[in-house]
Each structure stands twice: as structure tokens, then as C-alpha cells.
Design a protein around this ligand. Structure first.
Ligand SMILES: CCCCCCCCCCCCC[C@H](O)CC(=O)SCCNC(=O)CCNC(=O)[C@H](O)C(C)(C)COP(=O)(O)OP(=O)(O)OC[C@H]1O[C@@H](n2cnc3c(N)ncnc32)[C@H](O)[C@@H]1OP(=O)(O)O
Ligand code: NAD
Length: 311
């Protein structure tokens, strides 16, 4: 992955965005979600700067994107493999990396944050970005469960702040939840919706409420599945099979929670328990807490409810 300084010199000296069009996207956080968001923006022809905390994680994101693009190319260019290779190379060529968020923000029309699900860390990051990014830059968080209004509270540009909630895996899942706060301007909302369509997503809109639409319905279901397991009602495998064959889900709740990552699921449930202590649905799970304490984070660590270690 080219250093952003080289790409910025080469790419941004001559080009400047058309008034209003989102051409330069900065993604903060190159994990499960951020790497996918960077990938689809670059695949849509946009210049992407990916920001991570260190070079090793940047390289990891780079590899994850490259592997995913090869899977996409294998399907999209089935009849023309060499066109598929060019698609992968050209898309990767639009992505540069840096470990400096302020440098990464310098030429962004849109910044999408996909870092750890922690309110304080997100707020601190956006306060820094508010100083570094051009005045026209739109800020968006990919948070699963936190309040966009609260995340934006340390920023001046509350009119240019919203939520862009993608679904995992980003290159495959068609939905994008576009969230506006009471301060999000109509112009910002319109640009977020248009950008979501440009990167190939079907956009829905909802208010800035906990979990937006999908997670407000999904979290209780996954939580109830874990309580079912804790009561000994059924095994994870049988519960997953039940929901796949009985409800037509592509993944059962335990497969899905493993896929999402239990660091994230724990952040989500702990945050909602703190916000809504009276709601038994969001009471923390001893089993989940034990798994996280033991480092069993799901697919990302090789073990969660199931084992993913290569035999
Ligand atoms: C009591 C307290 C408990 C508390 C619990 C609280 C829980 C909280 C949980 C909330 C989490 C919220 C998280 C977030 O905010 C919201 C979400 O993202 S929810 C997750 C949404 N996603 C899903 O539901 C995914 C469902 N699964 C699937 O769609 C499929 O299983 C799959 C992931 C697409 C995989 O498909 P499969 O057919 O099973 O297997 P393959 O691997 O062969 O994939 C098929 C096909 O898809 C393409 N593909 C898959 N992955 C990628 C990728 N990363 N990049 C590109 N392409 C990909 C690919 O073409 C595959 O074909 P192939 O390449 O194999 O030919
Ligand atoms: N995992 C999912 O299924 C999913 C789906 C939708 C939304 N989300 C949300 O997306 C966000 C990221 O989730 P994820 O699953 O990708 O997590 P992840 O742990 O895979 O990735 C987060 C990345 O952010 C990086 N990071 C942390 N602080 C940073 C900082 N200050 N600057 C730059 N990088 C930083 C970490 O190094 C890590 O690589 C969370 O808010 C989560 O709620 C997750």
C-alpha cells in the first residue's frame, strides 16, 4: 500500500473535487468493517485513504481487501479473468494508507469512522479530525449501537455529521442505514444517501435511536439465543440450524455473533445495559463476558462459540 504522502502528491495536486461531489474518502479503522468500506469506495472509483494505528494493521487491512477483491473479481469477471486482475489492481491502486488521522483527513470529502465501539475513543478521534479536515468534509460513524448525536458532541460541524451503518461483510451485504441527527443538514443527508448508492448499497433512513433499525431488532434476538444456551434449552448448533431452516436466516445467531466479533458484541450489550439498565433484554451475559475474558472473540481470534482454527 502506497504511503499517503506519495498518493496525495500524485493525486490531489491536480484534482480538486467538483463542488459537492464525494471523490475523496477517508476511512478510519481498517478492521473487519473499515477494510470493507475502503474496498467498496475504491471499487466505485473513489480515492481512499485508510487510517490505522500502526503499519502492521495497515498491511493486514491491505491483505484483507486484496483477498476480498479477488473473490469479487472471480464472480464479476468470470468470463474475463484478466479484466478481473485489472479490476483488483486498479482498485488497490486507489487506496493509500497512513497511521496519522490528521494527515488522512487533509483532503477528504467524506470521513467514515469504523474504529472500536467505544464512545470516548470515537469522540476524541472526531474532535481531532474536526481540526484537521477541510470545512466541507462530511463526518460519519459506522457505529452499531452508539448515539450519533453523542459521538458528534465534541465537533463543531454537527450539520455535517451523520451515521453510515454498513453490514458485515461490507462487500456482500446490500443494506446501508443512513442516520441523521436533529442537526444533520438536508445537504449532508442528501450527499450521504447519494454516496451510499454510488458505492452500490440500498439505503434506508432512520432516526438516531439505539441500534437504528436492524440492530434494534437483531440484538434482542442474539441476546435471547445466548440466554437459551445459558439455560441449557438447546445447543448452539441446534439453535443455529433452527434459525437457518426455520426462519431462513443465512447464518444462525451463534455463527453470526462469532462472525461479528465478541469484542464488538460485548461493547454493544454493555453500552445498552448502561443506557437502559431497566431493560432485562440487555442484561450482560456471564457466558459472553467469560468468552471475551478468555480471548474467544469468534472468527477473528479463531474461537468463539465454535472453533475456526485451521486443522
Ligand atoms: C445476553 C447478551 C448477549 C449479547 C449479544 C449481543 C449481540 C450483538 C450483535 C449485533 C451485531 C451488530 C453488528 C453490526 O452492527 C450489524 C451487522 O453487520 S449484523 C451482520 C449482518 N450480516 C449477516 O447477517 C451475514 C449473514 N451471512 C451471510 O450472508 C453469508 O453467510 C456470508 C457471510 C455471505 C457467507 O456466505 P456463505 O455462502 O455462507 O459462504 P461463502 O464464504 O462461500 O460466501 C459466499 C459468497 O459470498 C461472497 N463473499 C463472502 N464473503 C466475502 C467477502 N468478505 N468479500 C467478498 N466476497 C465475499 C463470495 O463471493 C462467496 O463466494 P465465493 O468467493 O466463495 O465463490
Ligand atoms: N463487526 C461487525 O459485524 C460490525 C458491523 C457493522 C458495524 N460495526 C461497527 O464498526 C466499528 C468497527 O467494528 P469492527 O468489527 O470493524 O472492529 P475491528 O476491531 O475489526 O476494527 C476496528 C479497527 O479500528 C482500529 N482503531 C481503533 N482505534 C483507532 C484509532 N483511534 N484510529 C485508527 N484506527 C483505530 C483498530 O486497530 C481496529 O483495526 C464499530 O463501531 C462496530 O460497532 C461492526
Amino acid at each position: 500500500m502506497a504511503a499517503v504522502s506519495q498518493v496525495l502528491k500524485r493525486s490531489f495536486s491536480s484534482s480538486s473535487p467538483m463542488a459537492g461531489a464525494i471523490k475523496n474518502v477517508t476511512v478510519i479503522g481498517g478492521g473487519l468493517m473499515g477494510s470493507g468500506i475502503a474496498q467498496i469506495a475504491a471499487a466505485a472509483g473513489q480515492k481512499v485513504v485508510l487510517v490505522e494505528t500502526n503499519e502492521k494493521l495497515l498491511q493486514g487491512a491491505n491483505s484483507r481487501i486484496n483477498e476480498s477483491l479477488k473473490r469479487v473479481a472471480k464472480k464479476q469477471f468470470k468470463e474475463n479473468p484478466s479484466a478481473g486482475e485489472s479490476f483488483v489492481q486498479e482498485t488497490m491502486g486507489r487506496i493509500s494508507g497512513t497511521t496519522n488521522p490528521s494527515e488522512g483527513a487533509a483532503s477528504a470529502d467524506l470521513i467514515v469512522e469504523a474504529i472500536v465501539e467505544n464512545m470516548g475513543i470515537k469522540q476524541k478521534l472526531f474532535a481531532t479530525l474536526d481540526e484537521a479536515a477541510p470545512k466541507h468534509t462530511i463526518f460519519a460513524s459506522n457505529t452499531s449501537s452508539l448515539s450519533i448525536t453523542e459521538i458528534a458532541s465534541q465537533c463543531q460541524r454537527k450539520d455535517k455529521f451523520g451515521g453510515l451503518h454498513f453490514f458485515n461483510p461490507v462487500p456482500v451485504m446490500k443494506l446501508l442505514e443512513v442516520v441523521r441527527t436533529n442537526d444533520t443538514s438536508d445537504e449532508t443527508y442528501k450527499k450521504m444517501m447519494e454516496w451510499g448508492q454510488e458505492v452500490g448499497k440500498t439505503c434506508i433512513t432512520c432516526k438516531d435511536t439505539p441500534g437504528f433499525v436492524v440492530n434494534r431488532l437483531l440484538v434482542p434476538q442474539l441476546a435471547e439465543a445466548i440466554r437459551m444456551l445459558e439455560r441449557g434449552d438447546a445447543s448452539p448448533r441446534d439453535i443455529d440450524t433452527a434459525m437457518k431452516l426455520g426462519a431462513g436466516h443465512p447464518m444462525g445467531p451463534f455463527e453470526l455473533a462469532d462472525y461479528v466479533g465478541h469484542d464488538t458484541t460485548k461493547f454493544i450489550i454493555d453500552g445498552w445495559h448502561e443506557k437502559m439498565p431497566e431493560n432485562p433484554l440487555f442484561k450482560p451475559s456471564e457466558l459472553l463476558n467469560k468468552m471475551v475474558k478468555e480471548g474467544k472473540l469468534g472468527v477473528k481470534s479463531g474461537e468463539g462459540f465454535y472453533s475456526y482454527k485451521k486443522k
